[in-house]
Write a protein that binds this ligand. Structure first.
Ligand SMILES: *[C@@H]1O[C@H](CO)[C@@H](O)[C@H](O)[C@H]1NC(C)=O
Ligand SMILES: *[C@@H]1O[C@H](CO)[C@@H](O)[C@H](O)[C@H]1NC(C)=O
Ligand SMILES: *[C@@H]1O[C@H](CO)[C@@H](O)[C@H](O)[C@H]1NC(C)=O
Length: 309
């Protein structure tokens, strides 16, 4: 009897658990609902087993009859990816949606905290990635975001919260700002080329060749054609320094321009005033002449008046 009282709550919670959790097939189909152009995923149906021996669903990687990876590449897929059904796939470790037509902000893949690799390359994802986006994804080894339209700063969490990072591909995006100081020892592949990055290549990445940073006109460093203006100080202050230099430069140009304009104005004013003075003097002389004439004529009339008396 006492045992039954102990077991009963356990039984209740177990049934609740099974009632709430979807099978892998149900989860994957719910995920598929958020996609469009899913013709290539026609093999995904409820009456089959996703990791079934003979007819495994297309685009799945399986391990011990459980979904290990999602590899739905080059299918022309679009849509607003709903990540939440994938949380119910306990074995999911890798996702690749390379070469599709996804647009908009980066989906909430960071809710999948067990992922070891994520490949989003060759889509049209855009916008900023929140700086702490990768913080919950401490197991990531491979991050491929290349050939999209991502903008804003490189998320700092890539550099500070992923101790196992091995591959980082951010090339052909529109990332700007300075490069964080990546310090992961295992980082063996990095490509940051063709972005809008500025400042110095940080010490943590100095082992990589210049070609991994090509196509960022604002970058400087020993490896690159552009030398940094003040070597030896941190990247952040170089960038700020650089900005300030530009600022000063434009201010100088503006003040020189203003000075030149004022100078010309003063010269014009000077000549104008001089000319006006000359004309005034001339007319004053005329007035003097008139006065003299008047005085002369007065004198004459006075003489004639005197004569008449
Ligand atoms: C992506 O598409 C390009 C060009 O069509 C092709 O060269 C490349 O192999 C594709 N990559 C993948 C992983 O499908
Ligand atoms: C960057 O990381 C390296 C270790 O790889 C460290 O020695 C250096 O002090 C760091 N530099 C800055 C500016 O944080
Ligand atoms: C980095 O990416 C650029 C652009 O796709 C490519 O041209 C270059 O070869 C890549 N560099 C390395 C070292 O992979």
């Amino acid at each position: 009897m006492a045992v039954a009282w102990l077991i009963w709550p356990l039984m209740l919670s177990l049934t609740a658990h099974f009632a709430n959790s979807l099978t892998e097939a149900e989860s994957l189909l719910k995920f598929k609902e958020s996609l469009t152009n899913t013709k290539p995923l026609d093999s995904w149906t409820l009456d089959s087993d996703p990791c079934g021996g003979t007819q495994r669903w297309f685009g799945l990687l399986c391990k011990e009859h459980s979904v290990f990876g999602l590899k739905i590449e080059q299918m022309g897929l679009t849509g607003n990816i709903d990540v939440s059904p994938l949380i119910d796939l306990p074995g999911l470790r890798t996702i690749s949606i390379i070469n599709n037509s996804f647009t908009g902000k980066i989906p909430e893949f960071n809710r999948l905290t067990s992922l070891k690799s994520i490949y989003l390359s060759n889509n049209r994802f855009s916008g900023d990635i929140p700086s702490d986006y990768f913080t919950p994804m401490g197991k990531l080894k491979k991050v491929w975001l290349s050939n999209n339209e991502f903008s804003g700063h490189i998320p700092i969490s890539l550099a500070t919260t992923l101790p196992k990072l091995r591959e980082l591909h951010l090339e052909n995006n529109q990332f700007n700002g300075i490069i964080p100081n990546f310090t992961q020892r295992n980082l063996v592949h990095v490509n940051l080329s063709n972005n809008r990055l500025t400042g110095e290549i940080p010490p943590g990445l100095s082992k990589f060749k210049a070609s991994n940073f090509a196509g960022n006109p604002g970058l400087c460093g020993a490896k690159l054609a552009a030398t940094c203006t003040q070597p030896g100080i941190s990247t952040a202050s170089i960038s700020i320094d650089g900005d300030m230099k530009d600022d000063y430069k434009s201010k100088y140009y503006i003040s020189f321009g203003t000075l030149g304009f004022l100078f010309i104005l003063i010269i014009i004013l000077f000549f104008y005033l001089k000319r006006r003075k000359m004309m005034q003097r001339a007319s004053e002389q005329d007035n003097d002449d008139d006065d003299q004439e008047i005085q002369v004529s007065k004198a004459i009339s006075l003489v004639s008046m005197l004569k008449n008396i």
